[in-house]
Ligand binder design. Structure first.
Ligand code: ADP
Length: 432
């Protein structure tokens, strides 16, 4: 402003000087010409300023006369604001990314309990779709009576356990509602399906162990009470010996259960095992001898064993897995059946141990459950042959620790094939 004013004064002085010297008309003409020039320059500067306002990100145009002093602080302030907005955006992005990375689901609701925002985990937990569900009441989205009751409480002291069935999949969710900010609400969801399953397994396991031990203990107690109540010499020797034999059997059965449980808990302590080179063919030979002894000549044994194949692993564990399959084959194959044991390399270089029998076989629906603890297709048959129902669970653990797998094929009344397959990385070929 100052420079425009100065220019006008200068032109006025110049005009007055010329008017005094060359006449008033020429002085006035010079003054008017100066003003016109000033107007043209100002218009040009203003149009450059106006062009700059269309893109405020660029620095203001240079040399725009009086506008220089006005535009410089405006531009500085603009830059400061831009920086602040950028920082704020980065901060908000950081918070949003942290909320997305949460292992729990997070949902924000407004005062009317309408969905405002949720992270991906919450979408998966509850089946929300932010694009379509935003601004809809949570009661219309999550139509569970338990949730409605919980959410309509005046305050929420604890979480709600919600069992949802989504796409045929059961899910257990722990859901906590909390008020925050100015009348808004936050819902945090946590998937506890796995935890619940573990807890159920633990309870089932304790119940199973108690049940398994209760039967022999009851038998034992019965005999002991009978013996105690009877006068010393009133029981014939033969009957006393029979009682003692039965008590011995029950005690041995309990001992087997406890010993198998201890084995299982040891196996569970580490997921894999390195071990040494184990001559599996020797383990198979001694397991076969044991199987033949149990069979008492009632079964035929066919073998096809490659002695060159050794395995990197734990000898005691491999021995247990190898003999368990042979013992089972003998126990679940009636008299005159055939048991075929093979140890060979397949086309992929994997070592396979297979035990095939012509026994009672297993129904298709039972096969996936055989490696569960205490799962037995026929409890009576298993018990009468000294089974604990833990043999295949132990075998499965051993196999997993050796990075191998267990395959079971069976047909009811025809027979079964149990196969352990060890990966190539575990195979050590020995000179014949
Ligand atoms: P158990 O001590 O009862 O034999 P296992 O864990 O070794 O326990 O086996 C679980 C169940 O699998 C057995 O009770 C039996 O029903 C079934 N099973 C195992 N091996 C065979 C087999 N070779 N033929 C038929 N059924 C079998």
């Amino acid at each position: 402003m100052f420079s425009i004013f100065t220019s006008i004064v200068i032109w006025a002085l110049l005009g007055s000087l010329i008017a005094w010297w060359l006449g008033p008309l020429i002085g006035l003409a010079l003054f008017c010409g100066g003003l016109l020039l000033l107007l043209v320059i100002s218009t040009l500067q203003l149009s450059r300023v106006e062009r700059w306002t269309r893109n405020l990100n660029d620095p203001p145009p240079p040399a725009v006369g009086p506008w220089d002093a006005i535009l410089a602080p405006i531009y500085r302030q603009l830059r400061r604001d831009r920086q602040e907005i950028q920082d704020l955006n980065r901060y908000v992005d950081g918070i949003m990314m942290a909320a997305e990375a949460l292992p729990d689901g997070a949902i924000t609701l407004n005062g009317d309990m309408e969905l405002q925002w949720c992270n991906q985990t919450a979408c998966e937990h509850i089946g929300l779709n932010l694009a379509t569900d935003r601004h809809h009441s949570i009661f219309n989205i999550l139509r569970e009576p338990e949730f409605s009751r919980y959410a309509r409480q005046p305050q929420w002291d604890g979480p709600l356990m919600l069992h949802l069935n989504k796409d045929g999949r059961e899910r257990s969710l722990l859901l906590q509602l909390t008020p925050y900010g100015l009348g808004q609400f936050l819902i945090v969801t946590r998937d506890v399906t796995q935890v619940e399953m573990l807890e159920t397994t633990r309870k089932d396991f304790v119940a199973n162990v108690s049940h398994e031990l209760r039967t022999p203990l009851t038998v034992l107690l019965g005999f002991l009470e009978t013996l105690q109540d009877m006068p010393a010499d009133s029981l014939p020797l033969e009957q006393r010996q029979r009682y003692e034999q039965m008590m011995l059997e029950q005690t041995r059965h309990m001992q087997s259960i406890v010993s198998d449980l201890l084995t299982l808990s040891t196996l569970e302590s580490s997921p894999t095992v390195e071990g040494d080179v184990v001559q599996v063919s020797q383990l198979i030979e001694s397991a076969l001898k044991q199987g033949e002894a149990i069979s008492g000549g009632q079964h035929s044994f066919v073998t096809d064993i490659d002695p060159r194949i050794a395995i990197q692993g734990m000898e005691t564990e491999l021995s247990s897995a190898v003999s368990n399959l042979i013992t089972n084959a003998v126990r679940y194959t009636p008299k005159d059946g055939t048991i075929t044991v093979r140890w060979y390399l397949n086309d992929n270089g994997e070592a396979c141990y297979s035990v095939q029998d012509t026994g009672i076989g297993i129904a298709a629906q039972d096969i996936p459950r055989l490696t569960e603890r205490f799962y037995r297709v026929d409890k009576g048959r298993s018990r009468s042959t000294g089974g604990t129902g833990l043999g295949l669970a132990i075998t499965k653990h051993i196999i997993v620790r050796h990075n191998a797998d267990l395959q079971i094929q069976s047909r009811l009344g025809v027979g079964s094939v149990f196969m352990l397959r060890f990966p190539k990385s575990r195979v050590r070929l020995q000179d014949s």
